[in-house]
Write a protein of this length. Structure first.
Length: 242
């Protein structure tokens, strides 16, 4: 398995050094190199990133502040020239903290920590079980050591939370350890992926715009890479476009 990495640092030489180090390791691929948190946020809207190399001290927005505000957080290794920022990094459950100038030996140790965490997290949970009936599709999901029946027509929307998904019904929610992409395979044609972090039940959509769909009082963003497909689906379904 190859892990997708993004490097965020306002210093070009620092980004190039990390990328050179990672090129010597088989399991890591740099898919994006960004000079600012703003640029990085755009990438995260459209791409899945497994491991983030994030400089703490950057203009406009500190790396730690940027990371705190992410809805879906990849694993992170913080980098900085200032030793005093180490506590900030570990408070955010960082894999590691690298002090510049970064050597290959430190990159190697940090990535080994990441791989050990992945091995621990990749113990496969009990997968949801789908049952098809004439008028009622449902799945059994494992929750609190029990298999709980989830009727799909009652689901409003589903949100990805890193290694977990949160399933919203009108009066309750369920959080389970499962990927949103795999859970999507269990759903029927009424469910629409509108964002890398959201799937909505089309029957529950009450309004939409070019930027979001609305379910009850919740506005759910439409991701740029999903926009054309989603708006075409909504246009055809509602037989109008506003």
């Amino acid at each position: 398995m190859t892990y997708r990495c993004m490097i965020v640092d306002d210093e070009e030489l620092a980004r190039e050094l990390i990328e050179r180090h990672l090129s010597l390791l088989d399991k890591f691929e740099v898919v994006a190199s960004c000079a600012s948190a703003i640029e990085a946020s755009r990438v995260l809207q459209d791409q899945k990133i497994d491991l983030l190399f994030l400089d703490i001290e950057m203009p406009m927005l500190k790396g730690t502040d940027f990371f705190k505000n992410l809805v879906e957080r990849p694993q992170v290794i913080f980098t900085t020239a200032y030793r005093e920022y180490a506590i900030d990094g570990f408070d955010l459950n960082a894999v590691d903290y690298l002090l510049k100038p970064i050597t290959f030996e430190r990159i190697f140790r940090a990535t080994e920590k990441f791989l050990k965490l992945q091995a621990k997290d990749n113990v496969v949970p009990s997968a949801p079980i789908k049952i098809d009936q004439n008028n009622e599709d449902f799945v059994f999901i494992r929750k609190n050591r029990k298999q709980v029946k989830l009727i799909l027509s009652n689901v409003l929307y589903i949100e990805s939370l890193k290694d977990y998904i949160k399933i919203y019904e009108e009066d309750k929610t369920h959080t389970i350890k499962y990927s949103i992409s795999h859970f999507q395979d269990l759903l029927n044609e009424k469910f629409l992926r509108v964002h890398r972090s959201f799937i909505v039940n089309f029957d529950k959509v009450t309004a939409y715009s070019k930027h979001d769909v609305e379910i009850e009082d919740k506005e759910i963003p439409i991701g740029e890479s999903y926009k054309n497909e989603v708006l075409e689906y909504l246009k055809n379904s509602f037989n109008q476009f506003g």
